[in-house]
Design a protein around this ligand. Structure first.
Ligand SMILES: Cc1cc2nc3c(=O)[nH]c(=O)nc-3n(C[C@H](O)[C@H](O)[C@H](O)COP(=O)(O)O)c2cc1C
Length: 335
C-alpha cells in the first residue's frame, strides 16, 4: 500500500510536508531548481527586509497611487518611478523568475516591524506571482517604554496591514517570546493570518573577547531545538484556524515525524539543507514514508496532530506537570 504524503498548508496542496525554509539556498533560481529537483514540496524565498524597500521608491509609489486620481497635467508634476534595480525590484524579479522556473508553490517573504506604507509591497509580491506570503515580524522590544500590550498591538496591526493588501494567503512567522503565546496565535489568526510559522530563530549577538567587540553570531540549529515548536504546535493544533508550519531544528525524518504528530501541516528546513545540501530532502521524505508504512499509516492527513495536546492521552505532558517530572527525575553521577 502506498502512503499518501500530501498535506494542505495555507490552502495549498503540497506533495508532502517537507518545505525549504527561507535561507540563502532559496535565494537564486538555480538553487531553487536544485531544491525542487531534490524533492522539496514548496519553497520560501529569503526575506525582503523593510529596510531594503527604498524610501524614495515608496514615496514615488504613494504619489503614483494618488496620481491616478489626478488630471494628466497634475500627474506631470510627480516624479517617475525609478527604473533602477532597487532591493525590491530585484526581489520581485526573483519571485517572477522562480514562478516561471518551478512547479512547486513559491512563498515570498517579507521581514519588517513597523506597520506603514511599506507593507503595500505585499501586493507587488502577489502581482509578481507569489502563491503565498510569509510575513516575518522581527521586532525586539528593547525600550523600557514598550509594554507587552503595545508590542502585541504592533504585531496585530502589521498583520492586518499586510493581509489587507492581498488575496493570497499570508503566513506569519513569529518568535516564541510572548507572555501569552496561545492568545497571540489566536489574535494573529483573527487579524487575517492564514498560517503561523513557529518559530522565528533570532540570531543572538556575541562578544568577541580578543577584539572586545559585539558581533553577530550565526550558528545552524540542531535537532534539540525542535521541541520548542513541537510543544506549541501541539498546544495550538485544533485551537486556531490557521495552518501551522514548524521551523527550527528539523534535521532528520524522525524530527519531521514528531512535528507532524504534534500537528504541523508542514515542516520547514534551513540548517539541515545548508549543512547537508538539497539532496538531504530525499533522505527525509523517504524516511517519513518508510516509518509511516511500517506503522500502517495511510496518509499524512490521518497522522497529523494525532499526538497534539487535544488528542494525546496525557495532555499535561505539554504543560507544567511535565517540567516538574523532568526536573525531579534528572540524575547525574554528582548528585
Ligand atoms: C543563513 C540563514 C539565513 C536565513 N534567512 C532568513 C530569511 O531571510 N527570512 C526568514 O524568515 N528566515 C531566515 N532564516 C531562518 C530560517 O528560515 C529558519 O526559520 C531557521 O533557520 C530555523 O530553521 P532551521 O533549524 O531549519 O535552520 C535564515 C536562516 C539561516 C541559517
Amino acid at each position: 500500500m502506498t502512503v499518501d504524503l500530501r498535506t494542505r498548508y495555507l490552502g495549498l496542496e503540497l506533495a508532502h510536508p517537507v518545505v525549504a525554509s527561507a535561507s540563502p539556498l532559496t535565494g537564486s533560481v538555480d538553487s531553487l531548481k536544485r531544491l525542487q529537483d531534490a524533492g522539496v514540496s514548496a519553497v520560501v524565498l529569503p526575506s525582503l527586509f523593510e529596510e531594503q524597500i527604498e524610501h524614495e521608491e515608496m514615496a514615488a509609489h504613494d504619489l503614483m497611487l494618488y496620481g491616478a486620481e489626478l488630471s494628466p497635467e497634475a500627474r506631470g508634476f510627480f516624479p517617475e518611478i525609478p527604473q533602477s534595480s532597487s532591493g525590491s525590484d530585484k526581489y520581485l524579479k526573483l519571485i517572477a523568475d522562480a514562478k516561471s522556473a518551478l512547479s512547486v508553490p513559491v512563498i515570498a517573504s517579507l521581514n519588517g516591524y513597523t506597520p506603514g506604507g511599506w507593507t503595500s509591497i505585499a501586493r507587488q509580491f502577489q502581482d509578481a506571482g507569489a502563491d503565498a506570503i510569509e510575513l516575518n515580524v522581527y521586532f525586539l522590544a528593547a525600550s523600557v517604554d514598550d509594554s507587552s500590550a503595545d508590542v502585541e498591538k504592533r504585531y496585530v496591526d502589521l498583520v492586518e496591514s499586510v493581509t489587507r493588501q492581498v488575496g493570497v494567503p499570508v503566513a506569519v512567522k513569529v518568535a516564541p517570546y510572548f507572555s501569552a503565546m496561545a492568545n497571540m496565535a489566536a489574535r494573529l489568526t483573527n487579524a487575517g493570518a492564514a498560517g503561523l510559522v513557529l518559530f522565528n530563530r533570532f540570531m543572538q549577538p556575541d562578544i568577541l573577547l580578543d577584539e572586545l567587540e559585539v558581533a553577530p553570531h550565526l550558528v545552524l540549529s540542531s535537532s534539540d531545538e525542535l521541541r520548542l515548536a513541537l510543544r506549541w504546535i501541539a498546544i495550538l493544533r485544533g485551537r486556531v484556524e490557521a495552518s501551522l508550519a514548524a521551523t527550527g531544528g528539523a534535521h532528520t525524518p524522525d524530527d519531521v515525524l514528531k512535528l507532524l504528530l504534534a500537528g504541523a501541516d508542514c515542516v520547514m528546513l534551513a540548517s539541515s539543507l545548508l549543512a547537508r545540501g538539497p539532496s538531504h530532502v530525499g533522505t527525509i521524505v523517504e524516511g517519513i514514508r518508510r516509518w509511516m508504512t511500517e506503522r500502517d499509516y495511510v496518509s499524512v492527513e490521518q497522522m497529523k496532530g494525532s499526538l497534539s495536546q487535544q488528542s494525546c492521552p496525557d495532555p499535561d505532558a505539554f504543560e507544567r506537570a511535565n517540567y516538574m517530572k523532568a526536573l525531579k527525575s534528572y540524575t547525574s553521577e554528582f548528585v
